[in-house]
Design a protein around this ligand. Sequence first.
Ligand SMILES: NC(=O)c1ccc[n+]([C@@H]2O[C@H](COP(=O)([O-])OP(=O)(O)OC[C@H]3O[C@@H](n4cnc5c(N)ncnc54)[C@H](OP(=O)(O)O)[C@@H]3O)[C@@H](O)[C@H]2O)c1
Length: 245
Amino acid sequence: MQTTNNTILITGGSSGIGLALVKKFYGLDNKIIITARNIHKLNEVKEKYPAVEIFQCDLTKPDDLDACIAFIKQKYPTINVLINNAGVQYNYNFKSEPDLTQKIDYEITTNFTSTVKLCAMLLPVMIKNENPAIVTISSGLALSPKKSAPVYCATKAAIHNFTKAFRYQMEETPLKVFEIMPPLVDTAMTEGRGTGKISPEALVEEFFKNFKNDKFESYIGKTKLLRFLKRLAPNFADGLLKNGL
Ligand SMILES: NC(=O)c1ccc[n+]([C@@H]2O[C@H](COP(=O)([O-])OP(=O)(O)OC[C@H]3O[C@@H](n4cnc5c(N)ncnc54)[C@H](OP(=O)(O)O)[C@@H]3O)[C@@H](O)[C@H]2O)c1
C-alpha cells in the first residue's frame, strides 16, 4: 500500500492511537481528515498540524454520520483510505451498572455499527479512486475477553470477524482491507489501569510497515503471543486475559 499521496479519513484522530496515526502520515504528502466529538481536542490537533482537516462528529448520532459522509463526498471525493479508529471502552458489571442499556448501545454503536456503516457509505466513492484501503482496529480482547468489559470485547470480536468477511468480499476489487490487533496501549482509554503498555507511536510504527508491505493483519506486541497461545492452550490464554492485564 502506498504511504504517500493518500486522502485519509481517521475517526477518533484527536487522541491516542488515532493521533499517533496522524503524526505518522502527516508530512508524507497525505491529506488527512480527522473526526471526534470534542471540538477543543480537534482544535488542538489543528494548531499543531495545520494541514489536518477537522470535522466534529459523534459517530453514534445518525445525523452526524450522514453530515460527515456528505462533507467527505463534497470536499474530499479523492478519499482512498478510511481508518476506523474511534472507540470507547466502558468497564461495568451487569449486576450493578445503573446505565446498563445506555452504555451497551453507545459502545456497540461507536465501536461496531458506525465502523460498518462508514465502510458501507464510503465504499462507492473509495472504490472509484486509486489505491483504496480500509483499516479497522480490533484488539487482543477479540481473541480472549476480560471480565470487566464484556460488551467492549464483544464489539472487538465482531470487528475482527467483520473485517475478515469484508476482506473476502473485496477480493475481486482493488480495495485492500487491513486490521490492527493492538495489545494494551498507553492512551486515555487505558489511563489508570494495566501494566506493560506500549506507546501508541510504537504500535503505529509496526502497523505502518505492515501497511506498506500489504500485510493485512497486524498482530502487535503481546497479541502475537496471545494468538499463538489461543491455538495451543485456549483455556490458559482465556485465563490470562480474564482479569485484564
Ligand atoms: N488503548 C488500548 O489499549 C487499545 C487496545 C486495543 C484496541 N484499542 C482500540 O484503539 C482505538 C483507539 O483507542 P485509543 O486507545 O487511542 O483511545 P482514546 O485515546 O480514548 O481515543 C479514542 C478516540 O475516539 C474518539 N471517539 C470516541 N467515541 C467517539 C464517538 N462516539 N464519536 C466520535 N469519536 C469518538 C475520541 O474523541 P472524542 O472523545 O473527542 O470523541 C478519541 O479521539 C479504539 O478503537 C480502541 O478500542 C485500544
